[in-house]
Design a protein around this ligand. Structure first.
Ligand code: ADP
Length: 337
């Protein structure tokens, strides 16, 4: 009976995944005000049903002051880590059925990307972000199918900094086999220790690099002997803020240019996929090269765009939402067709 239960579960999952085929989901998350850090004036005027968010410009008047953006879903300041994950779970589970999935966190530095993906405190499970919840789910489901499918799960942690790819857990960024979430937490600790920079420098640098946690799944069906492969990329992108070219010099300017280039390459790939272009420009950045197999085709993509609601962030907030709307246009396009 457990066999039929799994078949039925799979059928439901399959239907959900079919619904998503060829589309990109975009979720917007607004982080709360941080203590002692703002004038308390929010640029988020209103979060509506159906994924609408209304932004109010602090320095504009009349009709120009308000603008509405639409996404698949908008999470307000009191959304919990559990709620965020609940809407991500079906996508993650499909990896065990052989789908490739990419989940991105996009937004300016300090908008909550790492909070969503890793969470603020690894020692408190309640506060875990998408990464650890995903791993836990993958291990748990794979173990529940042990009579039917034998799974191997491996992880890889890489960082892309100035268009250079670095392995974090191991020097050559190779795959490490893991059996439980704790194995992964241990690996992360090793990874952090391996980076010969202090905590502050690490924070600074991590906002200027893309970090990618990749989970490779291989399953062998015990009855038929057939093999399925799935892959999940969890991507904490570099901060999307534009750097004032007149002010940045040297290393900082170089970093800014690399980040700019790779984030616009990502936007270009996604919109080329949306338009079903013959040529998808994967080769324009390291980021899109690394993720090539998991963007487009039968792969599923989800982007979390993060908003800092403070009034002095309005410029970045608008440009983040514009980028996100461009990414989301895949679905809108399909809906109009
Ligand atoms: P980013 O990764 O985009 O640079 P962080 O995830 O480091 O941003 O978030 C910046 C600060 O805001 C951190 O102190 C973080 O704990 C806090 N923060 C972000 N999102 C939330 C949230 N949803 N709820 C509470 N605090 C948050």
């Amino acid at each position: 009976s457990s066999y039929y239960k799994i078949l039925e579960e799979n059928r439901q999952l399959y239907n959900q995944v079919q619904d998503l085929k060829g589309s990109i989901r975009v979720y917007c998350r607004v982080r709360p005000f941080l203590q002692g850090q703002s004038d308390g004036v929010s640029t988020v005027d209103h979060i509506g049903e159906n994924g609408n968010i209304m932004i109010v410009h602090p320095h504009k008047q009349g009709r120009d002051a308000r603008k509405v953006f639409s996404f698949n879903k908008v999470f307000g300041t009191n959304a919990t880590q559990q709620q965020i994950y609940a809407d991500t779970q079906s996508l993650i589970r499909s990896v065990l059925d052989g789908f490739n999935v990419c989940i991105f966190a996009y937004g300016q530095t300090g908008s909550g990307k790492t909070y969503t993906m890793s969470g603020p405190d690894l020692t408190a499970e309640d506060s875990w972000g998408v990464n650890y919840r995903a791993l836990q789910d993958l291990f748990q489901i794979s173990k529940s199918r042990v009579d039917l499918i034998e799974y191997d799960i491996g992880v890889q942690m890489i960082e892309i900094y100035n268009e250079q790819l670095n392995g974090l857990n191991v020097p050559d960024a190779c795959l490490v086999q893991v059996n439980c979430t704790q194995d992964v937490l241990d690996l992360m600790r090793v990874g952090l220790k391996n980076r010969a920079v202090g905590a502050t420098a690490l924070n600074e640098r991590s906002s200027r690099s893309h970090s990618i946690l990749t989970i490779h799944v291989q399953g062998k069906e015990l009855i038929s002997g057939s093999i399925l492969r799935g892959c999940l990329h969890l991507v904490d992108l570099a901060g999307s803020e534009r750097v004032d070219k007149s002010e940045a010099i040297g290393e900082r300017l170089k970093e800014a240019q690399h980040i700019n280039k790779s984030l616009s390459a990502l936007g270009d790939v996604i919109s080329a996929l949306a338009q079903k272009s013959a040529h998808i420009p994967y080769r324009n950045s390291k980021l899109t090269q690394v993720l090539q197999d998991s963007l487009g085709g039968h792969a599923k993509t989800l982007m979390f765009v993060h908003i800092n609601p403070e009034s002095n962030a309005i410029g970045e907030t608008i440009s983040t939402l514009k980028f996100a709307e461009r990414v989301a246009s895949i679905e809108l396009g399909a809906a109009r067709a």
